[in-house]
Ligand binder design. Structure first.
Ligand code: ACO
Length: 155
């Protein structure tokens, strides 16, 4: 059975599995990647992992978007290469949205270079630029990325 769990509530071995999954897609220094994974906490940023028995088959990171009220930033979305195209990415996104809605978030933003089709299938649409990072020089996303958002019906 597939289950979405916050990484920091999982056993230590899941950090290594998440590291392998992420670094297979986007190689980073081990110390940097592990530092990012260990920063996961309930109050965000949170790494959520899609697990199937003892395997980590997907990862997603969510954090606050400082400049928008009740807005979520989504990044580092990845499904195990051998398991893509089977609907797990959709499960990862929809379960994450449910998790975020329960936290009171009303809108999700993300940026993608080449997965517009995947996010469009999930209801994300192109939107205006938003301020993502704290440092002024990095205030805006590069023009080469496509910014998308999805608004949820939350009271
Ligand atoms: N273009 C168009 N449609 C797509 C694409 C695509 N590139 N990828 C998936 N879809 C569609 C599927 O056909 C399916 O449609 P359906 O609901 O009509 O059946 C739906 O989207 C869901 O597809 P899944 O099988 O759930 O997708 P998958 O499990 O392959 O996960 C993901 C998609 C996460 C993008 C995966 O391909 C992956 O890990 N890619 C490499 C890493 C990556 O690029 N991640 C996104 C970075 S952007 C960010 O993190 C914000």
């Amino acid at each position: 059975m597939k289950e979405l769990i916050p990484l920091h509530h999982a056993a230590e071995e899941y950090f290594e599995k998440s590291f392998q999954l992420l670094n297979h897609q986007w190689p980073r220094l081990r110390s940097v990647r592990m530092g990012m994974l260990h920063s996961s906490r309930d109050s965000l940023p949170t790494s959520l992992v899609l697990v199937d028995e003892d395997k980590v088959i997907g990862h997603i990171k969510i954090k606050h978007l400082a400049c928008r009220h009740r807005a979520l930033w989504i990044e580092s979305v990845v499904i195990d290469k051998a398991l893509r195209g089977k609907g797990f990415g959709k499960i990862l996104m929809l379960e994450t949205e449910k998790y975020a809605r329960e936290m009171g978030f009303q809108i999700a933003y993300l940026s993608t270079y080449d997965q517009q089709g995947f996010y469009s299938r999930l209801g994300y649409q192109e939107c205006e630029k938003v301020c993502v990072f704290d440092k002024p020089v990095d205030n805006w996303l590069p023009d080469t990325s496509f910014l998308k958002n999805k608004i949820w019906n939350v009271k």
